[in-house]
Design a protein around this ligand. Structure first.
Ligand code: ATP
Length: 364
């Protein structure tokens, strides 16, 4: 069991900064997802934790102890990559047993653990099959098993599900979560897929361009994104962000979105935005919070995507785009010109139009 602390951790390749002053503490037994688009520095961070890459500056500590000079083999980490590394000439059983054998575990212990992990990962019916003939899905499950069976204190997974098919990915999401729940390892999971991060992680670290933008529980990040990048990246579809202006009338503050309408702010945001009358601002709201009843905002309906119980409605006004996710029975028809909708006060978020940072709600 291990706590991982990254302190001012940075990595440069020549002039290029792949990772800039990362500060992050991953608690003992925590499932942390490193989430961000391709090239944001997730794998670099992971490779530094594993010991495959040396940081340019900063410290990395396991349980308080600096491990920068500790080689990978001595760090007590298990690592699973996007491309399964399986010995295809061996059977499933031999692959599972390989690491334990290399560690010199007694035969009876190896048999017991292979049986337990084969059951856990639903590989028990194929233990004696050669790995060579197995599907990509099963090979990746085996790769996870082969690493997990060693019960590493720290388990690192870098996009382990990106090559498997969608249905299997959904199964593996819950299996990985329960695997980690049973063994209580500290798990670091790299992904560019916000759904994977949202469904599995205790906390998510969102990264972009080598920087850590926000760390929080999935719901924290969904509800209170630190900036417009996180707001758009989390959620499917992501948060709508529209340009507007703060308007103060008497004691009430609202946001006017030119040509589209206006939205009242909840008291805590009104308080934060007080004295900013006339300032430009960006207003954010989740597509799921759009309500087809009431008024306030009006846009034209473009594409309407029916995906069963829910419908994704694409909205447009003079080049400004937004989306609404609505129950199928209340969705407007395609090409409806003036469709009016509301955003509940508590669903409204405000962002600085220059920095993209969220304007924090404040109590009186
Ligand atoms: P992906 O999911 O595409 O792997 P990532 O978020 O994991 O993305 P990294 O692999 O950490 O990103 O790479 C971060 C940046 O550092 C990228 O722009 C990448 O091109 C660059 N980079 C990584 N390794 C090297 C290297 N050895 N030399 C030069 N640049 C590198």
């Amino acid at each position: 069991m291990s706590e991982i602390a990254l302190e001012n951790l940075g990595k440069t390749f020549g002039d290029f900064t792949a990772l800039a002053d990362m500060n992050l503490t991953i608690a003992n037994g925590e499932f942390m997802a490193l989430l961000g688009p391709s090239g944001c520095g997730k794998s670099t961070t992971m490779n530094i934790i594993a010991g495959m890459l040396r940081p340019s500056h900063g410290a990395i500590r396991f349980n308080g102890q600096d491990v920068v000079d500790v080689p990978m083999a001595k760090r007590g980490v298990g690592f699973v990559f996007q491309n399964y590394a399986i010995f295809t000439h061996m059977s499933v059983r031999e692959n599972l047993a390989y690491g334990l054998r290399a560690q010199g575990a007694p035969g009876a212990e190896i048999t017991k653990r292979v049986k337990a992990f084969a059951e856990l990962l639903q590989l028990e019916t194929m233990l004696d099959r050669p790995a060579a003939g197995l599907s990509v899905n099963i090979l990746q499950r085996l790769a996870i098993g082969r690493s997990a069976i060693l019960k590493p204190a720290i388990f690192l997974l870098d996009e382990p599900l990106s090559n498997v098919d969608a249905a299997f990915r959904a199964v593996m999401r819950s299996e990985l979560k329960s695997l980690q729940g049973q063994f209580g390892q500290t798990m670091v999971y790299v992904t560019h897929d916000q759904l994977e991060a949202m469904t599995m992680a205790d906390r998510i670290a969102v990264m972009d361009h080598g920087k850590l933008l926000q760390v929080g529980t999935p719901l924290d990040i969904y509800n209170n994104p630190a900036d417009t990048f996180v707001a758009r990246f989390i959620g499917a579809p992501g948060m709508n962000i529209l340009d507007g202006r703060l308007i103060q009338k008497d004691d009430a503050v609202s946001v006017e979105v030119p040509g589209i309408g206006s939205v009242d702010l909840p008291p805590a945001l009104q308080f934060a935005a007080r004295d900013l009358n006339g300032s430009d601002v960006q207003i954010g709201f989740r597509p799921e919070q759009v309500s087809a009843t009431g008024s306030g905002l009006t846009m034209r309906v473009g594409l309407v995507e029916r995906i069963g119980a829910r419908t994704i409605v694409h909205l447009e006004h003079e080049g400004i785009a937004a989306k609404a996710v609505l129950p199928a029975d209340v969705a407007p028809p395609v090409a409806r010109k003036d469709w009016t909708f509301t955003v509940p006060e508590d669903g409204v978020r405000l962002f600085d139009p220059v920095t993209g940072q969220a304007l924090k709600a404040r109590a009186h």
